[in-house]
Design a protein around this ligand. Structure first.
Ligand SMILES: Cc1ncc(COP(=O)(O)O)c(C=O)c1O
Length: 465
């Protein structure tokens, strides 16, 4: 029987381009095979995944079990009926807001860390930070009228993928210097978008450990961004997976936007990096108010309606597991999440230093040819070729893998379409280098990462000679 084609009368549907990270993931098995045929070891500097050495879930699961038993105690004994009830609730349908206990505990601990009094009622559970991005976009796309998002050039691939799904949404991007977005461009892009007939609800950014730009915004630039956002009536969507993956001394940690002005900000927290990505725990938090046609509403009211039509039911077991992360061995609320972060930072701090030392050792004598960012947070550094003849395109990356065994991500595709129209060569002189992931642990991890950085440096020196 010939296969029949399902015919959809959907002339407006179109296939979205595949992101560079997905393209790399798909191409990798073949490139790896070619590299190993050439007798090369594969060096991981591409993936932005949490390191296996700090993501063993066994202690997390054991602590969660003890916590649930603690909740089911009466008179010092685990009450089997109460435990069954707690577990049943954890595996049942739950409200779109999820368990109130999780929101209360999180706002208490997180608020303490950032010196913000947070109201659990303003906290909407999301499916990771990705779910927060999705909710924000769908909320403002819902009316069906032209909408423009301001974002950085380059910006997070997941935001590009989501925002470009909507055919009446446009991106107006803003080039950056080493402090953050260039302020004149920031304001000009908001005004240009409006002049072009778009509503401009928000600016999306990753101010701490920017993915992919590999640096954190300076405090002065954050102030300047806030001032323009207030003047122009534009929200700041602050995607914050790396606030705790911070290498700055405590007194030098920059304030996130939501601590500077929660009424202007939508803060997207995720447990993916400080905890685990699999359970997909995240929250959107905001004190913003929005004028809509029947009056003023809090943004979180609108987000909740959006979430109740989208996510509908949260995963209560995942949220309870996250809640357990917020209490100590005696089941008291943690004073801070920083000690939890420290458990991860022991590896990331060391890896970052190995990367930067390797760049200095190998490329330091060639600073006229190369520049690299020194991230104060996050997983990435961006290596830039100062010579204009280099094109870090897919063919370049394929040679990097097959001839040198090095996996890293080209930057060009992290630039939104409007930035590419302004400068067709944008990002073609850059590679995103990640230092978060390797297959090995302990001393073998250090050794492998040193080898990886040396191999990358040798490769870029030879490919740009
Ligand atoms: C900037 C940024 N936003 C969002 C995500 C995805 O986060 P989540 O796992 O919470 O969806 C990542 C993950 O790498 C990221 O770097």
């Amino acid at each position: 029987m010939p296969q029949s084609l399902v015919s959809l009368n959907a002339p407006l549907l179109r296939l979205q381009p595949v992101s560079v990270t997905r393209k790399m993931a798909a191409a990798l098995p073949e490139l790896r095979a070619a590299a190993s045929k050439n007798g090369l070891k594969i060096h991981h500097l591409g993936a932005g995944y949490p390191h296996p050495e700090v993501t063993d879930p066994r202690a997390y699961l054991a602590h969660q079990t003890r916590y649930l038993e603690h909740l089911a105690q009466t008179q010092g004994q685990v009450d089997p009926a109460a435990l069954t009830e707690i577990l049943r609730e954890s595996f049942s349908y739950t409200d779109t807001l999820g368990p109130v206990s999780t929101r209360k505990l999180f706002t208490e601990v997180y608020g303490r860390d950032w010196n913000v009094t947070m109201d659990p009622e303003d906290l909407i559970p999301t499916v990771g930070a990705s779910g927060g991005i999705n909710l924000m976009c769908s909320l403002f796309e819902r009316p069906g009228t032209p909408v423009a998002y301001i974002t950085d050039a380059p910006t997070y691939a997941g935001f590009l993928a989501r925002s470009m799904l909507c055919q009446h949404a446009a991106i107006y991007s803003v080039e950056m210097d080493d402090q953050g977005p260039i302020m004149e461009r920031f304001q000009a892009q908001i005004r240009q978008a409006r002049a072009d007939g778009y509503a401009v609800p928000f600016y999306y950014t990753v101010p701490d450990g920017h993915n992919p730009a590999g640096f954190s915004f300076s405090p002065a630039r954050r102030e300047a961004i806030l001032e323009v956002a207030r003047d122009e009536g534009v929200l700041i969507v602050e995607d914050a997976p790396y606030v705790y993956i911070s290498y700055a001394e405590p007194q030098h940690r920059p304030q996130p936007f939501f601590a500077m002005d929660p009424a202007q900000t939508v803060h997207l927290f995720t447990a993916s990096k400080i905890g685990f990505p699999g359970p997909r725990v995240g929250f959107a938090y905001s004190k913003a108010k929005v004028a809509i046609n029947d009056g003023e509403r809090t943004l979180t009211e609108l987000l909740l309606t959006e979430a109740s039509a989208d996510t509908l039911f949260q995963n209560p077991y995942a949220l309870r597991g996250f809640e357990a992360m917020l209490v100590d061995e005696s089941f008291e609320p943690l004073p801070s999440l920083w000690p939890v972060a420290e458990g991860k930072l022991v590896v990331y701090r060391e890896n970052r230093q190995i990367l930067l030392d390797g760049f200095e050792r190998n490329l330091g004598p060639h600073r006229d040819r190369f520049h690299w960012t020194e991230s104060d947070a996050g997983f990435f550094s961006v290596l830039t070729f100062r010579e204009s003849a280099i094109a870090v395109d897919d063919a370049f990356i394929a040679r990097l893998v097959t001839e040198h065994g090095v996996v890293a991500i080209p930057m060009y595709d992290f630039y939104p379409p409007d930035a590419k129209r302004r400068d067709p060569r944008i990002g073609l002189d850059q590679i995103r280098v990640s230092f978060c992931f390797s297959e090995s642990q302990g001393e073998a991890r250090r050794h492998d990462l040193r080898q990886a950085v040396d191999a990358l440096c040798a490769a870029v020196l030879s490919l740009s000679a």
